[in-house]
Design a protein around this ligand. Structure first.
Ligand SMILES: NC(=O)C1=CN([C@@H]2O[C@H](COP(=O)(O)OP(=O)(O)OC[C@H]3O[C@@H](n4cnc5c(N)ncnc54)[C@H](O)[C@@H]3O)[C@@H](O)[C@H]2O)C=CC1
Ligand SMILES: O=C(O)C(=O)Cc1ccc(O)cc1
Length: 316
C-alpha cells in the first residue's frame, strides 16, 4: 500500500487473523493493529504475545476508526459480522476477508449491503496449517504463498490494488480470479483432500478393533492425515458454504476410487499400473510447479503412461 495504514482492525484473532496481524506489525505497515475476537482470551493472549497493539473493547468503535478491516472468522460467521459492522464502516475503509470460500462471502455481502461495497475486496491466502488459534500464528506464514483476490466488476480498482500491495508487502504472491472459479478450484485442491483425510481417520478410528492401529502407522499415513487435525467448525462451515462444488469433486473421486477397487478386485494389473503411474507423473509435475523447476506434462490417453519432461528455462 502506498499510504501507511493508520489503524488495522483484525476481527477473529486465530491462526490466520493472528498471522496477518503479526506480519503487518513485524513489517511496520500500520501505526496500530487492533484485535477483536468473540473469545476475549484470544485477544488477551494476542496482546501478551505482541501479535496486536490493542484489544478492541468495543467492536463498533474499533471498526469506525479503522482504515482496514480484516475478517478472519469461520466462513459462516461472516454474514452476521457484516451486519454488525455495516452501519459504522467509513466509506473509504478497505474491507476484506480470508475465508476459504468466496461465493458465500460475496452473497452474504450482497444480502447485507444490497450491492457489494466498492471497497470490499474478498480474499483468500492459500497458506495455513492444521493448527488453530492465536498461539499458532506466525508472521512469516504468507511469505512465498499465493493469495487469491476475487473482486467483482463493481469493486473499486484502487481498493484491489491497495490490498494486493499489502499482501505483497507481507511476502505473498497475489493473483485474481472470479469467485466461482475460486470455489471450483479450491473444492478440488483443498476441500476434497481435507474431507478425505477426516473421513479416513474417522472411519479407521471408529472400529473397536482398530483402537491401537495408529501406533503402527508409517510416514505416509502421517503425511496423508495431518490435515484431519484441522478445526471442525472451520471445515463444517466450508462444506456448507461450498456444497455444490465439493459434492461434484466427491462424486468424481468416488468414481475414480470405484475404478481402482474394481481393478484390485479383478487383479487387473494394467489398470492398476496405469493409475499409479499417471498419478506419480502428475505428482512429480505439480511438485516441480511448486518448487519452481519447469516441467511439461505430456498428456496421455487413460490407458497410456504420460511423461513429465524438463522444459529448458527461458534463455537456456
Ligand atoms: N486454517 C487455515 O489453514 C486457513 C484458514 N482460512 C480461513 O481463515 C478463517 C479463519 O481461520 P483460522 O484462523 O484458521 O481459524 P481459528 O479458529 O484459528 O480462528 C478463528 C477465530 O475467529 C473467532 N471468531 C469466530 N466467530 C467470531 C465472531 N463472530 N466475531 C469475532 N471472532 C470470531 C474465533 O474465536 C477464533 O479465535 C476461516 O474463514 C478459514 O476458512 C484461510 C486460509 C487458511
Ligand atoms: O494445512 C494445510 O496444508 C492447508 O491446506 C491449510 C489450508 C486450509 C484451508 C485453506 O483455505 C487454505 C490452506
Amino acid at each position: 500500500m502506498s499510504d501507511r495504514l493508520k489503524c488495522v482492525l483484525v476481527v477473529g484473532l486465530g491462526l490466520i487473523g493472528g498471522s496477518f496481524a503479526r506480519a503487518v506489525k513485524m513489517r511496520g505497515l500500520a501505526d496500530r493493529v487492533v484485535g477483536y475476537d468473540l473469545n476475549p482470551q484470544e485477544c488477551q493472549l494476542g496482546l501478551q504475545l505482541g501479535v496486536i497493539d490493542e484489544q478492541a473493547e468495543d467492536l463498533l468503535q474499533a471498526a469506525a476508526e479503522a482504515d482496514l478491516v480484516m475478517l478472519a472468522v469461520p466462513v459462516k460467521a461472516t454474514e452476521a459480522l457484516l451486519e454488525t459492522l455495516a452501519p459504522v464502516l467509513k466509506p473509504g475503509t478497505l474491507l476484506t476477508d480470508v475465508g476459504s470460500t468466496k461465493m458465500n462471502i460475496i452473497e452474504a455481502g450482497q444480502r447485507v449491503f444490497g450491492n457489494l461495497p466498492a471497497c470490499f475486496v474478498p480474499g483468500h491466502p492459500i497458506a495455513g496449517a492444521e493448527k488453530s488459534g492465536v498461539q499458532a500464528s506466525n508472521a512469516h506464514l504468507f511469505e512465498r504463498h499465493k493469495v487469491i483476490l476475487t473482486p467483482l466488476p463493481e469493486t473499486d480498482a484502487s481498493a484491489v490494488s491497495r490490498l494486493a500491495s499489502l499482501w505483497q508487502a507481507l511476502g505473498a504472491d497475489v493473483l485474481q480470479m472470479t469467485p466461482q472459479r475460486h470455489d471450483e478450484v479450491l473444492a478440488a485442491t483443498s476441500h476434497l483432500p481435507h474431507i478425505l483425510a477426516f473421513s479416513l481417520v474417522d472411519t479407521l478410528a471408529h472400529e473397536e478393533q482398530n483402537k491401537d492401529i495408529f501406533r503402527y502407522a508409517a510416514g505416509g499415513f502421517r503425511d496423508f492425515t495431518r490435515i484431519a487435525a484441522s478445526d471442525p467448525v472451520m471445515w463444517h462451515d466450508i462444506c456448507q458454504a461450498n456444497r455444490d462444488a465439493l459434492l461434484s469433486q466427491i462424486d468424481q473421486f468416488t468414481t475414480g476410487l470405484a475404478r481402482l477397487r474394481e481393478a484390485i478386485d479383478q487383479g487387473d494389473s494394467q489398470t492398476l499400473l496405469g493409475i499409479f503411474t499417471r498419478a506419480r507423473v502428475a505428482r512429480e509435475y505439480f511438485s516441480t510447479l511448486l518448487s519452481g523447476t519447469a516441467y511439461e506434462l505430456k498428456p496421455a490417453a487413460r490407458s497410456e503412461t504420460p511423461t513429465a519432461e524438463p522444459v529448458p528455462s527461458q534463455g537456456e
